[in-house]
Design a protein around this ligand. Sequence first.
Ligand code: SAH
Length: 246
Amino acid sequence: MIDSIKVNVIGTVDSPYKEKFAIPRQPGIVTAAQGQIRLTGTANNAELVRGLAQFSHIWLIFVFHGTQAQGWKPLVRPPRLGGNKKLGVLATRSTFRPNPIGMSVVKLDEIELQAEHQGSQVILHISEFDLLDGTPIVDIKPYVPYADIIADAQGGYAHQQPTNDLSIIFTAAAVTVIDEYSSSYPKLRQLIEQVLSQDPRPAYKQKHADNKIYGMSLYEFNIQWQFDGSHTIRVISVEINKPSPV
Ligand code: SAH
């Protein structure tokens, strides 16, 4: 009987989500974030991706490296159930699993093969993902609709995508900064709107406004926001992290 195997990392994710807070809870929900996978080591070879560009979506198998050190639990509290009901970890998509392995279907936008003089790098440009910056990728497979779509599948307690009716508004100061960086980050405003529409606060706070000022980071930006009434989030400020002067 095999009771363990060694798995090699084949790539690394560059993502605008620099911390766990405010990452979408599943892929496909936030479309305005752009990221990439850089293949690494012996997997950084154009031959591995020959034929992959004809697929619009790919499966990513990855390591939950950001929570791996915290170990795992047989029972977890899924955010979908308000964070106050325990289910078996294998009945959830929790990151605290016996093996810290995640899987996401993401959109494959383009495969870039950088030439030898640029360092022979294979880059997969992706969107619609739910991955922390630096996520180690252990496998990539094409998403095959005829086999992977199960139209009459039952989704249990997570059958429907969660909805809420939040409006996102911006202060003039926040808009000024977003406009200033629009050539490098053309979808920044849309990304902030999509991320906040999911209400990234902990599960037990969902559906109840509070007065706290929250901070989140996306790409190089620190973003502060606060509820304004029960159905509106106001983006107070957007600031770029300037590299510290040398
Ligand atoms: N689609 C995946 C992940 C679902 S959980 C699956 O079903 O296996 C989604 C959460 O994983 C995100 O909200 C984010 O907080 C967390 N996450 C994403 N990448 C991570 C990483 N590298 N380490 C730890 N947590 C991560």
